[in-house]
Design a protein around this ligand. Structure first.
Ligand SMILES: [Zn+2]
Ligand SMILES: [Zn+2]
Length: 330
């Protein structure tokens, strides 16, 4: 077997393992919810009601019929605990397998391991599903992951890749995150899209510098008059999306730079026109002494003609944002 074929075979196994990891995790969470000892209220008519969360408020009566009731404990079978333990072991085993894979890869050892919020499982997905070598431009990578913007007619539902007027009714098309439409084949890869959704959530929850970006984009969305009728969930989804999109542009640029492949300065439609944000990691200490900065970022800054002082101020702002309190985070 050739080396290329062996590599392809390994990538297929990794993708299978990632999917299995999330399937097992989902199952483990479900079992975990059932394994706890639960308390119920039982009345003489055998009504069984889960014990109220706010225990002090309970008046000792059945909420259904008002008869005096007692508290009973329901202990799940021991087998459930055993199953939970075994699922945890499987999860750990897959995690270790994926960790072993990424720890042999330069994208992890030189880059991704220094980005808070990207663990070995997400990194394994990035390396196999969204490898920068596979995409001619970052726009193609975004599109593959369903992170591009589609333009829809608010009147008739016509969808286009480019902004402008609807050819059917002349209305201005409105940019939005691409949606599944019944009877229309999706233009993105569902695995890649799910991976990006997980990355966005991870940045929001456990990110460092990218949590900083997330907070910045969330605040901008909340202030944006064009987003006035949006729900909080919509603002959060938007901020996660733009953060993930920005991260992918950095990952694309650094990945290509590492592999000696060409890349171009990307321009993100949702950001202020032509604003370019250079790649970052969660630096420890003086970033100018960091190998990542010295080996890759310096080259990128030169290439796009960005001043070092701008980079320094960006790092400072992000560190403040990621550690500081934000009023708008709900
Ligand atoms: Zn009752
Ligand atoms: Zn139309």
């Amino acid at each position: 077997m050739s080396q290329a074929a062996a590599k392809l075979g390994e990538e297929t196994h990794i993708k299978t393992m990632i999917k299995l990891y999330y399937d097992i995790q989902k199952l483990r969470v479900a079992v975990n919810n059932r394994v706890k000892v639960t308390e119920f209220i039982r009345c003489p008519s055998n009504h069984m009601i889960p014990y109220p969360k706010r225990k002090k408020k309970w008046d000792g009566r059945c909420p259904l019929c008002g008869a005096p009731a007692e508290v009973v404990k329901v202990t799940p079978p021991a087998l459930l605990g055993t199953i939970l333990g075994e699922l945890r072991d499987i999860e750990k085993g897959i995690y270790a397998y994926l960790y072993q894979y990424v720890s042999r890869h330069p994208l992890w050892t030189n880059y991704l391991k220094y980005v808070k919020g990207i663990g070995p499982v997400l990194a394994a997905g990035l390396i196999t599903v969204l490898n920068p070598a596979k995409f001619e431009t970052v726009s193609k990578m975004w599109k593959y992951a369903g992170l591009h913007v589609e333009f829809a007619c608010p009147h008739c539902g016509y969808i286009s890749d480019a902004p402008g007027r609807c050819p059917r009714c002349g209305m201005m098309l409105v940019g939005r995150a691409p949606r599944r439409v019944a009877g229309r084949k999706v233009s993105w890869n569902p695995t890649a899209r799910r991976l990006c959704w997980l990355i966005g959530r991870s940045f929001q929850m456990t990110g460092g510098v990218y949590k900083g970006f997330y907070k910045k984009f969330l605040e901008e969305s909340l202030r944006n008059p064009r987003h006035r009728d949006w729900t909080m969930a919509h603002h959060i989804a938007h901020a996660r999306r733009v953060t993930t999109k920005l991260f992918l542009s950095h990952y694309y640029c650094i990945g290509r730079e590492m592999m000696g492949l060409p890349w171009r300065k990307p321009y993100i439609v949702e950001l202020r026109p032509h604003e370019y944000i250079p790649p970052v990691i969660d630096y420890v200490g003086d970033y100018t002494k960091d190998q990542f900065y010295r080996n890759y970022v310096k080259r990128v800054l030169e290439e796009v003609g960005l001043d070092e002082a701008v980079y320094e101020s960006l790092i400072r702002t992000l560190n403040q944002l990621s550690t500081g309190e934000s009023q708008s985070e709900g």
